[in-house]
Design a protein around this ligand. Structure first.
Ligand SMILES: [Zn+2]
Length: 253
């Protein structure tokens, strides 16, 4: 337990007042740092609906390209089959016997059926391409809307980030000024603690307990703090202790 007496010009209570003031800045700074850490996550959340819609659009566009390619191939096959059918038909006049004729009619029928199948395939692909274009057309205004919502939210978060940064800068300036009034070793002690305790380095004693760690303090320690001639640590969390009534007299002056 560090019970070292601190040698400085100001009274213990005045130094304590400075520390408590400094702590107000630090608590706010730590709060801001937490808020700043949350900003990228908030930006991601805001962007999620837009990303989802853009993902859907990409899937549809890929599908559209694939359909167009399939259609080009099916049309080529259809063209080839039409040519084949014409060729088979043209040979009809060269036939001599009835048997040959019958066999050839069968061949024509087969070629025709094959051509019909290709034709149906082309039509089916055209229909799917139409549905695909329609789905893209319906998605586009949704994306536009989602983009607007995201842009607004992003601008809001950017403003918030800038405001927080500005506030930190101001707090650090005030902190800097106030630090000059503090005794050097006390300031180092405070700074070490504040980093360990997320800005909460100075704790009040209430009902015999440290409000930093909520543990009951030895009565002798409470009595020593009440006397107010030195700055003492909590035996458990090492926060610098004070009593509220100890400061009241000072703040009236
Ligand atoms: Zn404590």
């Amino acid at each position: 337990m560090s019970y070292a007496k601190i040698g400085f010009e100001d009274s213990v209570n005045t130094q304590l007042q400075y520390l408590i003031e400094l702590q107000k800045f630090d608590l706010r700074i730590f709060q801001i740092l937490d808020q700043q850490k949350k900003l990228p996550g908030l930006l991601q959340i805001a962007e999620a609906p837009l990303c989802e819609l853009q993902g859907k659009l990409q899937v549809l566009k890929n599908e559209g390209e694939s359909l167009a390619k399939q259609r080009r191939n099916a049309e080529l096959e259809l063209g080839a089959q039409e040519a084949q059918l014409q060729k088979v038909r043209a040979r009809l006049s060269e036939l001599k016997t009835n048997k040959e004729y019958q066999a050839h009619l069968f061949e024509i029928e087969l070629a025709r059926k094959k051509k019909d199948t290709f034709e149906e395939a082309v039509l089916a692909l055209m229909e799917r391409a139409d549905q695909n274009s329609q789905a893209i057309k319906e998605l586009e205004p949704q994306i536009e809307e989602a983009q607007k919502v995201y842009d607004l939210e992003k601008a809001k978060l950017e403003t918030q980030a800038a405001d927080l940064q500005q506030e930190i800068t101001e707090l650090e300036q005030r902190q800097q000024q106030l630090s000059q009034s503090l005794e050097h070793t006390l300031l180092s002690r405070y700074n070490r603690l504040k980093n360990l305790r997320k800005g909460f380095a100075v704790a009040e004693i209430r009902d015999g307990s440290c409000i930093g760690c909520r543990l009951q303090l030895p009565p002798q320690l409470v009595a020593d703090v009440r006397r107010g001639d030195q700055l003492l640590d909590c035996s458990y969390c090492r926060r610098i202790l004070y009593m509220a009534n100890q400061l009241e007299g000072e703040s009236d002056q």
